[in-house]
Design a protein around this ligand. Sequence first.
Ligand SMILES: NC(=O)c1ccc[n+]([C@@H]2O[C@H](COP(=O)([O-])OP(=O)(O)OC[C@H]3O[C@@H](n4cnc5c(N)ncnc54)[C@H](O)[C@@H]3O)[C@@H](O)[C@H]2O)c1
Length: 246
Amino acid sequence: MRVDGKGFIVTGGASGIGEATIRRILAEGGNAVIADINKEAGEALAEELGTDRVRYLNADVVDSHEVEALFEAAERFCGVDGVFNNAGIGAITPSAECSDSDWQKVIDINLTGVFKVARAALRHMQPRQQGSIVNCASILGHIGQSQTPAYSAAKGGVLNITRTLALETARQGIRVNSVSPGYVNTPILEALDQETLDGLKELHAVGRLGQPEEIASAVVFLLSDDASFITGADLLVDGGFTAGKS
Ligand SMILES: NC(=O)c1ccc[n+]([C@@H]2O[C@H](COP(=O)([O-])OP(=O)(O)OC[C@H]3O[C@@H](n4cnc5c(N)ncnc54)[C@H](O)[C@@H]3O)[C@@H](O)[C@H]2O)c1
């Protein structure tokens, strides 16, 4: 199997797309660390999964020391063959009303956090000259949307830091890619009302939102050796959202 016996860290692994990725890695015979700040949900998920191939580790991607400690612990638990750099938050604020702290919080988690996790991953992968990192971007890194100034800036940054990291490491046996989901049915959308959600469905060519499992399958593909000639790429998994108007 593609990830059989290998070890992975999934940040934001306690919910939504991260949780679906944890489930997929385990289903394919891999080992995984659920890294999150939601201890209750992460521990409950690890217990529900009921296998010694998974464990929860509390780690805030904003905190460099916690990120380093996460990698040390994951190295001891299952090794770090791949990382899904997925933790993130949503934020909708008209730009004129976006405070310094609104801006900073999103940039800290969705962009700087991605860098800190990737940096720690490289420090663990470079000595072994192998590894795969998948960063979670978004369609909002590709197209504009009103009222998401920090989120859109962060996701655009994730797309381009992915290319930088890939170029730096391509001859070190390390691959770095991103996925760009369309709107996916996860708790991050809880702030949106039904009318907004119905409108969003229509913006996807397929006429519906994505399911977390549909993103997880793309992520596990990119993490695995099946994607051995893919680096510096972004995979849009968006039900045709960015293909254009039909
Ligand atoms: N759901 C969507 O429509 C959608 C679309 C495009 C991109 N994304 C991206 O997918 C990723 C996952 O989102 P989701 O939809 O599964 O949301 P979610 O809210 O279900 O999961 C996010 C997880 O990240 C964790 N997290 C938040 N801040 C953290 C931190 N500082 N350190 C560690 N963990 C932290 C949360 O506790 C949560 O478990 C995010 O990067 C998001 O921007 C989501």
